[in-house]
Design a binder for this molecule. Structure first.
Ligand code: SF4
Length: 146
């Protein structure tokens, strides 16, 4: 099913995932037991998310992407990096974020050649459950199963 990796290898894998344009998705807990790194074409979760008109409503994320219009050159690099189709080029030929679609993954930040993109913390930050058990119990309660 897998193999143990050290911290250095884990970080190297995350860097590679970022370079390859994969969305890092840790489990929704303060101490996640695992995480996925996926693209929007082959991952069922991301493909489903992308099919919704407002993916941001379906994801627990405490950040969203923001463009600095003074730095953006409209190069479109971020359009292909975004797995949620959240970015477009507006009439002023600058990148524009659709906040209904942005899941705050940060992929658009790391390849912007002018550092025009940044992640902005949301005002009402969400505190994830402490453990996977608490996460599962919370999900069951929301579904009316407990
Ligand atoms: S990658 Fe950066 S400079 Fe290029 S369009 Fe996106 S925000 Fe603008």
């Amino acid at each position: 099913m897998g193999r143990e990796v050290g911290v250095d290898e884990a970080i190297a894998l995350l860097v590679r995932a970022q370079e390859d344009g994969l969305v890092t998705q840790p489990a929704t807990t303060q101490n996640p037991a695992g995480m996925c790194n996926c693209c929007g074409d082959y991952c069922g979760v991301l493909r489903s998310l992308r099919s919704y008109p407002r993916p941001a409503e379906m994801v627990y994320s405490n950040h969203f992407a923001m463009v600095d219009p003074d730095l953006c050159t409209g190069c479109e690099t971020c359009l292909t990096r975004c797995q949620m189709d959240a970015i477009s080029i507006n009439e002023e030929e600058l990148a524009e974020i659709n906040l209904d679609r942005c899941i705050g993954c940060g992929l658009c930040i790391t390849t912007c050649p002018t550092e025009a993109m940044r992640l902005q913390p949301k005002e009402n930050a969400y505190t994830p459950p402490v453990s996977t058990t608490e996460q599962m119990v919370t999900m069951a309660q929301k579904r009316g199963l407990m």
